[in-house]
Design a protein around this ligand. Sequence first.
Ligand code: NAD
Ligand code: 2HG
Length: 525
Amino acid sequence: MPKVLISDKMSPKAAEVFRNRGIEVDEKPGLSPEELKAIIGEYDGLAVRSATKPNEDILSAADNMKVIGRAGIGVDNIDMNAASARGIVVMNTPFGNSITTAEHAIALMFAVARQLPEADASTQAGKWEKSRFMGVEVTGKTLGLIGAGNIGSIVASRALGLRMKVIAYDPFLTEERAQELGIRKGTLDEVLAQADFITLHTPLTDQTRNILSRGNLEKTKKGVRIVNCARGGLIDEAALKDLLESGHVAGAALDVFAEEPAKENPLFGTPGFVATPHLGASTTEAQVNVAIQVAEQMSDYLLSGAVTNALNTPSVSAEDAPKLKPYMVLAEKLGLLAGQLIEEGLSKVTVEAEGALSELNLKPITSAVLAGLLRPMSDSVNMVNAPVLARDRGIDIAEVRHEREGDYHTLLRLTVETSKGARSIAGTLFGENNPRLVELFGIGMEAELSGQMLYVENADKPGFIGAVGSTLGKADINIGTFNLGRRGGGGEAIMLVSVDGEISEPLLWDICRLEGVQDVKALRF
Ligand SMILES: NC(=O)c1ccc[n+]([C@@H]2O[C@H](COP(=O)([O-])OP(=O)(O)OC[C@H]3O[C@@H](n4cnc5c(N)ncnc54)[C@H](O)[C@@H]3O)[C@@H](O)[C@H]2O)c1
Ligand SMILES: O=C(O)CC[C@@H](O)C(=O)O
């Protein structure tokens, strides 16, 4: 039975879902990094919010870990590279808290429009400072969005309901989508120059870091009010403080900070400044949504291999997962065969699906092919990091589907292009579940790829098979299966021999010295 650790404070619904799905679950919020590292090896899954920071050091002890689920959106607390390198799927819940966070942005917009926190503090202090707190209406004002994805779009719709005009800067926002949302698409400079209120809704990336830099803050309209419920690091906090103090910025509300938890911050105490402690997602509804969603997704993955909302591997539906499983085994074996046979300069990999396979999602198949193909070059390669490694190595990857059936009802063909030319191998499933090689470098050959195998390329001459058999016999190596293929009589022949013992280097040399041998390799599956 898989075992999952919930290491942050999360709605009890998450544990309930895991238990109902037959998964053992421990809830241990508030562990120190050392405590987490000491126990993480016991678990197949880790469910977190933002307090747990599974970094490379902690993950180095996560020997059984298969999936990390983030009950929320941002995964900046998770070391994605370390997780991917270990083959751990990282998934989030991209929509569960969007409405809640958008509502918090709107709440903060009103808080700065009407100075609600300061008015509250002053009134409760018995001051009754009616003339001190003159606010502004939002009706008819322009809201400038930086980022118009899930949360930005919801903020836009709420702002339109408040009779505001909305302009958005988002390089990935199309004109059609902007029209659909009823907003205008603008450049960053247009947003800065036109907005009475600015709200930020982007992830923190190299492009968005410091997007409201001192220079950009100075380009805003005098009297602008700014809200950030996205990520700390998007705004230059020191510059914001200066501009609040100079009166250029009339108000600013931050839910997120460059350093969190923000126990101290230069902005604290600045007039017109409102702060909340990363509360964007903190409503009962959102926390129940993300807890249920993350537990369902993690359970699906642990129990059936279905992948939803993963950030480092392709999605696989629960319906497709069992159908894909035997193909993934086939794909990895074909990749591993090709990876052990090619020697240098891999520049392109083409994955072709024929017949029944062409109806399935090819992305996970391609990942499995790449994982097998690259394994001889790197011990740490897996289905999660293989596509990234392939891209980093400049390997071009193509996927082709042929609906028509050929000789087999389903076929997976893998063509690798190297500095020596293109070579292809193909395999099928026997009886729906048994992966078989059916073609090797253009030569028809049927073989099960498993255990230790000897690969020999030779000139097709009488007596050769016997010579190989007796060389193996002399080395006390038992033969399991003998698989043969050839191109025409007397031409090039290939043999794949499964053996029980280890194929030593001296044995390979003995076979290499047999007359007619062109290539010999010891393969392992
Ligand atoms: N405060 C909280 O508690 C809280 C809660 C939920 C989400 N968040 C954060 O809010 C942010 C937005 O979440 P979302 O669900 O809307 O994400 P999303 O991925 O749906 O939207 C992000 C948008 O930012 C845009 N973008 C990317 N780079 C950009 C750039 N250089 N300039 C302008 N726009 C750019 C993208 O095109 C996308 O449309 C995330 O950082 C998320 O972590 C915070
Ligand atoms: O879990 C939280 O409270 C914050 C979540 C939020 O930052 C997110 O990115 O989803």
